[in-house]
Design a binder for this molecule. Structure first.
Ligand code: AMP
Length: 391
């Protein structure tokens, strides 16, 4: 488990600090629709400001692919930060150019500025050393608080650590403590619920969690490949036939820890108003596709969740974007929220399901990093964390 130094372990007063945040927030028509990632970064920023540091914030937003594209400007983030911090957060119009140098140099101690989207420069994702050196220029220290980008070795998440003493932000610390704690010393029973469409993304995760968890509940589109591997009929459900041999082996190794849905809601087309049937698992009629877990599954899985002390959930139980196939996902969200267990949500669709149903404040931890949390739980090391100073 990682134990990294944070700004609390050093003297940051009178220091110029470069802070990498994950301000990759969802937007609609230029307006931020969910500012959780910005709000989650405030503890680190406010601590540094309260100690009299001059803070340069940086982040990526979306995928501008190394080109300046104002669709991905951090301007809305600067505006939201200004509201939250109570002073105007100046936004440089470039990343390492003249504007950034000027804005950074003029930042008073006790205040913060923001530079433009680091992915406006193609050298960011290539982890170019000269670009990283330019990002580090003028700073005394680097703090990485961007858990959501910690699985990437990019210039602003890893490269800068070669030029500055590097520390772990408080959000990053919380993420690695909660997820690391679940992996190394979970309160038991420890249950993982894994769903979503693609089995290929989650196979390594299931494998690693088998040695850590007491139960693994498989839901969503990926459950049909498991069901087919066991010889069930899955009709026209989503399925990754190539993975069937690997799944057969996994199931035989699992010692009964893997639980599959007991029933499914299936539809005759991939549409909200499709004709539906509720069928026993492995008995989906030809021409129908599994779209959600059924009521028996909700009941059985909710019981397992209720008896657990630690629960990790990633991936929806069905096509929850369509209201008629969202029941399973929302019922599982409800089961987590009322379980009394230490509940951890690995970002993405499950996080938005919990938020949409107004249950977010009943969840112990909602990770700000979907991909990063999955790689962490797969047992991979995160370059944006590894590069920070050990305690
Ligand atoms: P992933 O990106 O692999 O976590 O998958 C998330 C997506 O899985 C969501 O957009 C869901 O609509 C989709 N999904 C969940 N269950 C099913 C299913 N039974 N059939 C097709 N897609 C599904």
């Amino acid at each position: 488990m990682y134990a990294k130094k944070t700004p609390r372990d050093i003297d940051v007063s009178g220091k110029k600090v470069l802070v990498r945040c994950d301000f990759n927030v969802p937007q609609k028509d230029g307006a931020i629709t969910d500012d959780r990632r910005i709000v989650s970064a405030l503890p680190t920023i406010e601590y540094l400001l309260s100690k009299g540091a001059a803070v340069t914030l940086c982040s990526h937003l979306g995928r501008p692919k190394g080109e300046v594209n104002m669709k991905y400007t951090l301007a809305p983030v600067a505006e939201r930060l200004s509201q939250l911090l109570g002073f105007k957060v100046e936004l440089a119009s470039d990343v390492i150019g003249e504007s950034a140098e000027k804005v950074r140099a003029a930042c008073p101690f006790g205040k913060a500025v923001l530079i433009e989207n680091v992915r406006f420069d193609p050298r960011e994702e290539k982890n170019d050393p000269e670009f990283a050196r330019a990002l580090a220029k003028g700073a005394d220290l680097y703090v990485n608080d961007a858990f959501g980008a910690a699985h990437r070795a990019h210039a602003s998440t890893e490269g800068v650590s070669h030029y500055l003493p590097s520390y772990c932000g408080f959000l990053m610390e919380k993420e690695i403590t909660v997820l690391g704690g679940a992996l190394s010393a979970p309160e038991r029973p420890f249950t993982a619920i894994l769903g979503g469409a693609k089995i290929s993304d989650k196979l390594a995760l299931v494998e690693n969690l088998l040695s850590k968890c007491d139960n693994i509940l498989i839901v969503g589109g990926m459950s049909y490949t498991f069901r087919k591997a066991l010889g069930g009929s899955i009709g026209a459900s989503i399925c990754d036939d190539e993975k069937i041999p690997a799944l057969k082996e996994l199931i035989s190794k699992a010692g009964g820890k893997i639980m599959l849905p007991l029933d499914d809601v299936a539809a005759d087309k991939f549409e909200n108003d499709a004709k539906t049937v509720t069928c026993k698992a492995g008995e989906i009629p030809d021409g129908f596709m599994g779209m959600d877990i059924g009521p028996e599954t909700v009941k059985a899985f909710s019981e397992v969740i209720k008896k657990s002390r630690t629960v990790f959930w990633n991936g929806p139980c069905g096509v929850f974007e369509m209201s008629n196939f969202a029941k399973g996902t929302f019922a599982i969200a409800e089961a987590l929220a009322t379980s009394g267990a230490k509940t951890i949500i690995g970002g993405g669709d499950s996080a938005s399901a919990v938020e949409k149903s107004g249950l977010a404040d009943k969840i112990y931890h909602i990770s700000t990093g979907g991909g990063a949390s999955l790689e962490f739980l797969e047992g991979k090391s995160l370059p944006g964390v590894v590069c920070l100073e050990d305690k």
